[in-house]
Design a protein around this ligand. Sequence first.
Ligand code: TZP
Ligand code: MG
Length: 202
Amino acid sequence: MRLFDRRLYLIFTPSLCTADPWQTLDAALGAGVDLVQWRCKEKDRAGFERVRETCRRFGVPLIVNDDVMLAVRGRAAGAHIGQEDMPADAARKVLVERCLGVSTHVPAQIASARAAGADYVGFGPCYPTTTKGYQVGKTPLEIEAAVTAAHLAKLPLFAIGGITVAQLPGLRAQGIDRIAVCSAILQSEDPAKATAALRRWL
Ligand code: TZP
Ligand code: MG
């Protein structure tokens, strides 16, 4: 699946939501989130089906974090894996035509993800974030090198990690036009307003 037109990726993690997760998801989708990842470390089939139904209602693709088999059996648009998860080439074989996303942390991993059959990459953490306990982000030069690597690999790149609207001018200047976020939306007092504020830059 081609994701070149997707810009604002919500890593939907119910346990991180300040308010009701389902109201938060509805608000975010209504305000411009155009790609959603189901990231839930416990097995929650009912939650998965609810997020799938919600995404379908908004016409937005759903990607499953880590669980490649759930993505296939649950007829999601695809799966997202990290460097420590199932190898990307093995995930590619299981997913067949479904979308494969890979987390990358250094530019060299972007070409490897492409070689393994990834459809897009996440790159980060761009900024320190308590969400995953990263204390150090990337330098502007590292971000620009990742943008170049993604361009050469012809892969969409989503910047991730500690991204708020305050970083968007700088990120745009470094060539970033896609972002993935958790807390900027899930922990906002007004998720629709937060989403719209991010969306204005993308
Ligand atoms: N992968 C790299 S950083 C990160 C993930 C899942 C956390 C993103 O969350 P936030 O709250 O947008 O920093
Ligand atoms: Mg993972």
